[in-house]
Write a protein that binds this ligand. Structure first.
Ligand code: MV4
Length: 446
């Protein structure tokens, strides 16, 4: 096992990783920017190294500085968390050159899955269901239109380097196709310097259901059930839960097996997520694979009892997974609400500032992942998510009741937050009935 791990991240996920390391008897090194001198992760770690100015490109995204800090502190491995360098294959290669273990999948797997059009083709060939559409990438509006006529309208035009909705356009008919294709492609060229596009039939009012998997280097892959992440706003998830109330036992089994097949097809090691689009027909289709630990991993930890970060560390050290599929039993229902320092009344504008009064609740089946404390100044340079409230109870109804009760106890003063907005969602009839699609927020609020 590793003696010392460097955490190349900040905020609640850095704290989450430090805790896993400490429980495993592993020393930790935090890195922090000049804006994060007072950040909790820098105080909780055994050592902390300042790696540069507030701008992410000068600190948390700066590969040379992070690797220098790793070598200087003699850490043997880097945990990247999510965001920042977590899905950067060049960084994985640089770690290898420095003899440092990257806690995550290989550079080759990150590249293969990061290219959405290639990932789609890989999955099609493996027999994983994908939305009907192109198998080979398209580059011009002319060839794309021919493909779109075959698929049938409406079609979804997607950028191969996209994800999170960037470089994505719906085309309703032949008449609007070329304009939408060109706009989506231009967006992709500007954002990712990549003109590679692909097409899918448009799936109306879908749900976002994803399966958590974890694999080791011996070829073992287990799945830890699904998460329903349909409650999103502009591709930012707000509420995640496990299990999904939208699928039958039969679909659940098939989806889990499909996720394992997808991961085994690429020889996946570490924690990863297979995202599916669930159509109202009950059919599901592979969308993308996320090759990192995700924000919403605690809901899976609650229902499965598996510590995903510890498993990541174990398998990166060359050990086998600590659990077999037959030993995994999913229990009860978990829900996560993401609390952001933002103003819902002002178009959810980020609202950095100083926390003047803070109360963090607890209780049976309550988990709060956060890195803020009383008097903490939230810097304006990073993500606005400041807290994750996660609850676990025997069924969905009890979990919703627990989440309402817990959110009601949270006190955050000094900055605007989406706490009240989250509370309101939990009282919406459609949410309570499990009537949620990816359009829930726009249909109920905007
Ligand atoms: C789709 C779709 C409908 N049909 N693909 C959005 C981001 C990317 N991960 C996939 N996305 C979608 N792809 C087809 N063929 C609808 C969406 C979509 C969506 C998906 C998941 C969660 C929220 C979403 C919000 C709007 C659109």
């Amino acid at each position: 096992m590793f003696q010392k791990i460097l955490i190349a991240n900040r905020g609640e996920i850095a704290v989450r990783i430090i805790r896993a390391c400490r429980e495993m008897g592993i020393k930790t090194v935090a890195v922090y920017s000049e804006a994060d001198r007072d950040a909790l992760h820098a105080q909780l770690a055994d050592e902390a190294v300042c790696i540069g100015p507030a701008a992410p490109s000068e600190s948390y995204l700066n590969m040379e500085r992070i690797l220098s800090a790793t070598v200087a502190t003699k850490a043997e491995a880097i945990h990247p968390g999510f965001g920042f360098l977590s899905e950067n294959s060049r960084f994985v290669e640089m770690c290898e050159k420095c003899n440092v273990t990257f806690i995550g999948p290989s550079a080759a797997v990150i590249d293969r899955m990061g290219n959405k059009s290639e990932a789609r083709k890989t999955m099609m060939e493996a027999g994983v269901p994908v939305v009907p559409g192109t198998k080979e990438p398209v580059y011009t509006a002319e060839e794309a239109l021919e493909a779109a006529k075959e698929i049938g309208f409406p079609v979804m035009i997607k950028a191969s380097s996209g994800g999170g909705g960037k470089g994505m356009r719906i085309s309703e008919s032949e008449a609007d196709f070329s304009e939408n294709f060109n706009t989506a492609q231009r967006e992709s060229v500007n954002a990712f310097a990549d003109n590679t596009m692909y097409l899918e039939r448009y799936v109306a009012r879908p749900r976002h259901v994803e399966v958590q998997i974890v694999g080791d280097r011996f070829g073992n892959v287990v799945q830890l059930g699904e998460r329903d992440c349909s409650i999103q706003r502009r591709h930012q998830k707000m509420i995640e839960e496990s299990p999904s109330c939208a699928i039958t036992e039969e679909t659940r089994k098939k989806m889990g097996e499909t996720a394992v097949l997808a991961a085994k097809t690429v020889g996946y090691e570490s924690a990863g997520t297979i995202e599916f689009l669930l159509a109202d027909s009950g059919e599901f289709f592979f969308m993308e694979m996320n090759t990192r630990i995700q924000v919403e991993h605690p809901v899976t930890e609650f229902v499965s009892g598996v510590d995903l970060v510890k498993e990541q560390i174990r398998v990166a050290a060359g050990l086998p997974l600590s659990v077999k599929q037959e030993e995994i039993q999913m229990n009860g229902h978990a829900i996560e609400c993401r609390i952001n320092a933002e103003n819902p009344a002002k178009n959810f504008m980020p609202c950095p500032g100083t926390i003047e009064n803070l109360y963090i609740p607890g209780g049976n089946g309550v988990r709060i992942d956060t890195a803020v404390y009383n008097g903490y100044h939230i810097p304006p340079n990073y993500d606005s998510m400041i807290m994750k409230v996660i609850v676990h109870d025997r069924d969905r109804e009890s979990a919703i009741a627990k989440m309402r009760s817990t959110l009601g106890e949270v006190i955050i003063e000094g900055v605007q937050t989406n706490l009240d907005f989250q509370y309101d969602i939990l009282n919406q009839k459609d949410f309570l009935e499990g009537n949620v699609t990816t359009h829930f927020i726009e249909e109920h609020y905007e």
